[in-house]
Design a protein around this ligand. Structure first.
Ligand code: NDP
Ligand code: 8X3
Length: 251
């Protein structure tokens, strides 16, 4: 059975993707920082498919490299890496944000994703045809909005990194896709607002955001396309979300 390695499997898209791959019988390598959630996932999915959980902070390059190096033989031939772990912080004007929040987003969304990718590339290349790297970008990587500052910039990095990877992976059979969702109801806004449940509820109230399962379905679709197809980028928005107009500062 093929193997999916999913970073940030303890919540949102990553968790839903774990369920989606498990439903198709894939073996799973699930990572995240919250071990109790990983243990729960192992209990829920472990009787259906083979599950390996790794408590891992993607920002820690050495820990990531060690964990990949120590993958048991039956979990080594990873078919699909889902680089999903990520976060946004500080939804306020750039000039009011703590520098530490910018660093945390860069460390997680950029450095963390690079850490995992670097460690996993030899494994994916060894798997060869049919292997894929699916990176979670965002509409924020293409479309600026107030309060997006470093978050959007990290997702622009994710998109360009994926395209550049594709160039170098030519001939290996390894595919690279950027899935860039718009507004989706997960723990994302709770994290972004430092646990403000009312703010999170208010954002999703009265509209129809994407759900984690919607994106999990896209991830699974991309991962299971015939070997010769590479979707470069998939931008997915809720039907009820569109772009804002340009704004103008007036006297
Ligand atoms: P959630 O907050 O629900 O899930 C985020 C996941 O990332 C959690 O499992 C969390 O696990 C993990 N994570 C965060 N920091 C780290 C870290 N340092 N090391 C390891 N794992 C980490 O959010 P979503 O599911 O919505 O977000 C998933 C991805 O999708 C992110 O990259 C996000 O930027 C992107 N995205 C989200 C959108 C949305 O509107 N929801 C839209 C577009 C893109 P733990 O805390 O256990 O470590
Ligand atoms: C998160 C989606 O619309 O908040 O990446 O930028 S959005």
């Amino acid at each position: 059975m093929p193997i999916a390695m999913i970073t940030g499997a303890t919540s949102g898209f990553g968790r839903a993707a774990a369920y989606r791959f498990a439903a198709a019988g894939w073996s799973l390598v699930l990572t995240g920082r919250r071990s109790e959630r990983l243990e729960a996932l192992e209990q829920e999915l472990g009787d259906r498919v083979r599950v390996l959980t790794l408590t891992l902070d993607v920002r820690d390059a050495e820990a990531v490299a060690r964990a990949v190096e120590a993958l048991p033989a039956e979990f080594r031939e990873v078919t699909c890496l889902v680089n999903n772990a990520g976060l946004a912080l500080a939804p306020k004007p750039a000039q009011e944000v703590d520098l530490a929040d910018w660093h945390t987003m860069i460390d997680t969304n950029v450095t963390g994703l690079v850490n995992v990718t670097h460690a996993m590339l030899p494994r994916l290349i060894a798997t060869g045809a049919g292997a894929s790297i699916i990176n979670l970008g965002s509409v924020a990587g293409s479309w600026p909005y107030p309060g997006g500052h470093v978050y959007g910039a990290t997702k622009a990095f994710v998109e360009q990194f994926g395209y550049n990877l594709r160039c170098d992976l030519k001939g290996t059979g390894v595919r690279v896709t950027d899935i860039s969702p718009g507004m989706a109801e997960t723990e994302f806004t709770l994290v972004r607002t430092e646990g403000d449940q009312a703010a999170s509820d208010a954002l999703y109230r009265g509209t129809t955001p994407l759900q984690a399962e919607d994106i999990a379905e896209q991830i699974f679709h991309v991962a299971t396309l015939p070997d010769h197809i590479n979707i470069n980028r998939l931008e997915v928005m809720p039907t009820r979300q569109t772009w804002s107009p340009f704004t103008i500062d007036r006297d």
